[in-house]
Design a protein around this ligand. Structure first.
Ligand SMILES: *Cc1c(COP(=O)(O)O)cnc(C)c1O
Length: 397
C-alpha cells in the first residue's frame, strides 16, 4: 500500500489511464480545429467530438444535439441559470434553488438577485433533503426555473430528482440539476426524470479538469439559453470558443467507463463505506453521521467526531487525504454552508470529516484509515480531557 492515501474523491479524481490514452492522440497527430470544415485535420477532430457527444448522450438517455461542452460544472451551472433567466425574464423573474447547493449555483443566483430577480432558497431537513411540498408551494406564476442538485458534494444526500422533475413539468417550470457528484453513482435518465438541464464535470468522474457538460433539452419543452460567452457560435450558438478536443474525447470516455463499471463500482464502494461507518460506530463513542442514512452517495461518509476539532484530527493523520468540507471554498475558516443548513448544534460545525471513496480505493486503504482514525480520535480526546483536568487544577490553585 502506498502512502499518502487519497480519500477525497468528491473534490477531484485522478484521470483514468484509459481516458488519458484516448485523449493523447488529440494533443499531437490529431490536433485539428473541428471548425476547419475544409480539410482532413478538421474532419478528424469534428468526428471525435461528435462521437463523444453520441456516447455521452446514450449514457444519460439524451440526444447527441442536447449535449453542450463547457469548461466544467461551474460554467454549466452559470450557463444554465443565467442563460435561462435572461431568455425567460419576460415570463417571470422568480427562481427556486436550495440552501445546500454548490457555490456555482448559489452565486449565479445571487448575481441574478442583484439584477432584480427574486430567488427562493429552500431550506433542507436534518438529512439535507428539500421538501417536495415546500417546493410546490414556492412555485408561482412568475417562476421560470428550479435548480436542485442531484447529490450533495459534502454530505452525499441524494434528492428525489424524479419527483422534483415531475412537479416542475406539471407546473410548466424548467428544471436544472447539478449532477457533478451523482454521475456514475446513481442511474440517471434525463427523460424519465423530467430533467431539462443537467451539469456534469469531467474531473469528478475520472476525466480531465477543465471540461464539463450541460445537457439542454431540445423538445417537450425545448429549452433556450442566452449564451454567456460571445463568439464564433460553437455548440449550437450556446457556447462559443474552439472546442477542447482532447478533453471532450476524455469526458466521453469517462462517461462510457462510468456507465460500464456502474454495478461493480457502486457495490464495491458501498461495501467500503459501510465497513468504515460500522467500524467507527463500534470503536468510537460520540459520533454522528451528516446527511441521509440511506438516500446518500455510495462513496460518501461525512462524520462528526464530537469534541474533536476536524482540522486537528486531519493534522494528526497527514498520510490520509480527507476533507473538512467543500474543497471549492477551502482556505475559508467559516463552517460550511451545507452543515449550517442542517442546523447542527454549533459545536458540531467544526468536527465534521468527509471521507470520499473512489475507483482506486482499496480495502487495505480502508482498513488503514479506520485504524488510524479510531486511534487518533481517542488520543486527541484523551489529550484534551487531560488539558481540561490540568486547567481545572490550576483554577483550584
Ligand atoms: C465539483 C463540483 C462543481 C464544480 O465543477 P468544476 O468542473 O470543478 O467547475 C459543481 N457542482 C458540484 C456538485 C461539484 O461537486
Amino acid at each position: 500500500m502506498k502512502l499518502p492515501i487519497y480519500m477525497d474523491y468528491h473534490s477531484t479524481t485522478p484521470t483514468d489511464p484509459r481516458v488519458l490514452e484516448a485523449m493523447l492522440p488529440f494533443f499531437s497527430e490529431n490536433f485539428g480545429n473541428p471548425a476547419s470544415r475544409q480539410h482532413h485535420f478538421g474532419w478528424i477532430a469534428e468526428e471525435a467530438i461528435e462521437s463523444s457527444r453520441t456516447t455521452i448522450a446514450k449514457t444519460i438517455g439524451a440526444l447527441p444535439k442536447e449535449i453542450i461542452f463547457t469548461s466544467g460544472a461551474t460554467e454549466s451551472n452559470n450557463l444554465a441559470i443565467k442563460g435561462a433567466a435572461e431568455i425567460y425574464a419576460q415570463k417571470g423573474y422568480h427562481i427556486i434553488t436550495a440552501a445546500t447547493e454548490h457555490k456555482a449555483v448559489l452565486d449565479s443566483c445571487k448575481n441574478l438577485e442583484r439584477r432584480g430577480f427574486g430567488i427562493t432558497y429552500l431550506p433542507v431537513d436534518k438529512f439535507g433533503l428539500i421538501s417536495i411540498e415546500q417546493l410546490s408551494e414556492a412555485i408561482t406564476q412568475k417562476t421560470i426555473l428550479v435548480s436542485i442538485m442531484t447529490a450533495n458534494n459534502e454530505i452525499g444526500t441524494i434528492q428525489d430528482i424524479a419527483a422534483i422533475g415531475k412537479l416542475c413539468h406539471d407546473k410548466n417550470v424548467l428544471f436544472h440539476t447539478d449532477a457533478a457528484q451523482a454521475i456514475g453513482k446513481i442511474p440517471i435518465d434525463v427523460r424519465n426524470m423530467n430533467i431539462d438541464m443537467m451539469s456534469v464535470s469531467g474531473h469528478k468522474i475520472y476525466g480531465p479538469k477543465g471540461i464539463g457538460i450541460l445537457f439542454v433539452r431540445a423538445a417537450n419543452p425545448k429549452v433556450k439559453l442566452m449564451m454567456q460567452m460571445d463568439g464564433g457560435g460553437h455548440e449550437r450558438g450556446i457556447r462559443s470558443g474552439t472546442p477542447n478536443v482532447p478533453s471532450i474525447v476524455g469526458i466521453g470516455k469517462a462517461m462510457e467507463i462510468a456507465s460500464l463499471a456502474f454495478d461493480e463500482e457502486t457495490s464495491r464502494l458501498k461495501s467500503y463505506r459501510d465497513k468504515m461507518w460500522n467500524s467507527f460506530q463500534k470503536n468510537i463513542e460520540d459520533i454522528s453521521l451528516n446527511g441521509h442514512p440511506e438516500q446518500r452517495l455510495v462513496n460518501n461518509l461525512n462524520v462528526n467526531f464530537h469534541h474533536v476539532e476536524n482540522s486537528t484530527l486531519m493534522m494528526s493523520m497527514k498520510d490520509i487525504a480527507v476533507s473538512t468540507g467543500s474543497a471549492c471554498t477551502t482556505g475559508d475558516p467559516e463552517p460550511s454552508h451545507v452543515l449550517k443548513a442542517l442546523k447542527l448544534p454549533s459545536d458540531r460545525l467544526h468536527s465534521a470529516i468527509r471521507f470520499g471513496l473512489g475507483r482506486f480505493s482499496t480495502e487495505e486503504e480502508v482498513d488503514y484509515v479506520i485504524d488510524k482514525v479510531v486511534k487518533n480520535v481517542q488520543k486527541l480526546r484523551e489529550f484534551s480531557s487531560a488539558i481540561k483536568f490540568k486547567n481545572q487544577n490550576t483554577n483550584v490553585l
